[in-house]
Ligand binder design. Structure first.
Ligand code: PFF
Length: 450
């Protein structure tokens, strides 16, 4: 029925859904190489500190605001506002949030489509269809469109089934599967020649560069992207949490799962890269840095898999299946933001809304594919580098400055009355009011400098 909201049926369901949103391509193709190139274990330490001291408070701001309003981001920001002008700015921030979430999904779905294509390519390889496998792994418009559409159809199918039968059910299934596959791959790769060198590079602490402001701000930007902050995904997931739950604890668990998977991914990616080097694959760029992001995933790793024969095909399938899952659970959280807004504000059917909005996003993704060189990088920069920090800043301002303090404190007490005796109660309201906005502005100022 249009209008009935739904609620996560259990703590586990929420933790799987929210960590599903957080654990995505960023954790696996970004974090490990960033750590290895910037001081190894020393970077890890800085990343952990920043995540728990700054990204976690910002995550809590979204979750608490969402749970308080039990509504979409536009209505939630309106609800805590006083004057007409502040309400309207809040509504505009919410609208900007779901626009950015949709734009982010339009590029994310393209990359996720490549993951699915590589996964199917491994199956084609196994069945002896080398030509098909070659088509699936070659960059081409029709392959890109086909797999983008397949991936978005899966995302839309889950979202149109609703909060419990869609988001929760699938996150409960997919996230444990992701963890099992990741652990199996780590164990396998660590047995290969060359893996230990990668492990050393990943974990060897080098403290010389880690205190540079540039690196700290970069690590913080990654932590914000990794926790899906700033576009209202965590707000909307928070809005489906029952009033009886201890939200600071749940947010803490989600943060822990997100960081743990990023760290665990390092135990796979870095050893795999050095196994590749051992097998004769180039893993450094011309400037001597480790190859990262899409070139790492779509060139270096497939070249490595090709050097280990039949087990390589199975490893390739498992790896790209894992990446597809990571992308899918993030993509559903992005699509939920505009779908929740439209169904609630205009009282439309979720099913129809999900297909219409998903269809519009698919059209936009096709426009990006048709103008790949001009649009792809531009949309990524626009959404992740500029919009996410700025919108995250606005959420903190609304929670820290606009929302009445007594009402905010009352919301934190819900489901966890003992919170008043703990550290969270004393520190968090100040963090979200002063520290988080200042730091986010710092990240933003740095992005502007390039
Ligand atoms: N957290 C996801 C990742 O690390 O890949 C990316 C993401 C998901 C960003 C959802 C924003 C969002 F709304």
């Amino acid at each position: 029925m249009a209008g009935s909201r739904g609620e996560f049926s259990s703590r586990f369901g929420f933790v799987m859904a929210a960590s599903g949103s957080a654990v995505g391509l960023g954790n696996i193709w970004g974090f490990p190489t960033q750590a290895a190139s910037n001081g190894g274990a020393a970077f890890l330490l800085v990343y952990l500190l920043l995540t728990f001291l700054l990204a976690y408070p910002a995550l809590m701001a979204e979750l608490i605001l969402g749970r308080h309003a039990h509504s979409n981001s536009v209505a939630a920001l309106r609800k805590v506002s006083g004057s007409h002008l502040v309400r309207e700015i809040g509504a505009l921030t919410g609208i900007a949030g779901f626009t950015v979430a949709s734009l982010a999904l339009s590029f994310y779905a393209i990359v996720a489509g490549w993951m699915v294509a590589f996964c199917v390519a491994a199956l084609a390889e196994l069945s002896g269809s080398t030509a098909l496998s070659h088509w699936l792994t070659s960059f081409g418009l029709w392959r890109n469109v086909l797999f983008l559409v397949i991936f978005l159809a899966l995302t839309i199918g889950i979202i149109s089934a609703g909060v419990n039968k869609g988001i929760e059910r699938w996150s409960r299934r997919l996230m444990p599967a992701l963890l099992v596959m990741l652990v199996v791959l780590v164990v396998y790769v660590l047995t290969l020649d060359g893996a230990m060198t990668g492990l050393k590079i990943y974990l060897m602490p080098d403290f010389s560069g880690v205190l540079s402001p540039h690196l700290i701000l970069n690590a913080l930007g990654s932590a914000f992207f990794s926790l899906s902050l700033g576009v209202g995904t965590m707000l909307i997931y928070g809005s489906y949490v029952s009033d009886d739950e201890n939200l600071p604890l749940l947010g803490g668990v989600v943060t822990l799962v997100d960081v743990s998977i990023a760290v665990l991914a390092g135990f796979l990616v870095l050893p795999a890269m050095y196994v590749a080097l051992h097998n004769g694959v180039e893993i450094f760029t011309a400037s001597g840095a480790l190859i990262s992001e899409d070139t790492l995933i779509f060139t270096v790793l497939p070249e490595l898999f090709a050097t280990i024969g039949l087990p390589g095909v199975v490893v390739s399938f498992t790896f790209f299946f894992l990446m597809s899952i990571a992308a899918l659970t993030s993509a559903i959280s992005m699509l939920e933001v505009p779908v929740a807004y439209v169904t609630e504000e205009f009282n439309t059917e979720r099913h129809v809304t999900a297909w219409v909005i998903g269809g519009i996003i698919a059209c936009f993704s096709c426009i990006i594919l048709l103008n790949f060189d001009e649009l792809f990088g531009f949309i990524i920069t626009l959404t992740t580098r500029y919009s996410q920090p700025l919108l995250g800043f606005m959420f903190c301002i609304y929670v820290g400055w606009v929302w009445r303090r007594d009402s905010l404190l009352q919301e934190i007490r819900k489901g966890y009355p003992e919170v008043e005796t703990g550290l969270f109660w004393k520190i968090w309201p100040w963090y979200v009011k002063v520290v988080c906005p200042l730091i986010i502005l710092g990240i933003f100022a740095q992005s502007l400098q390039g």
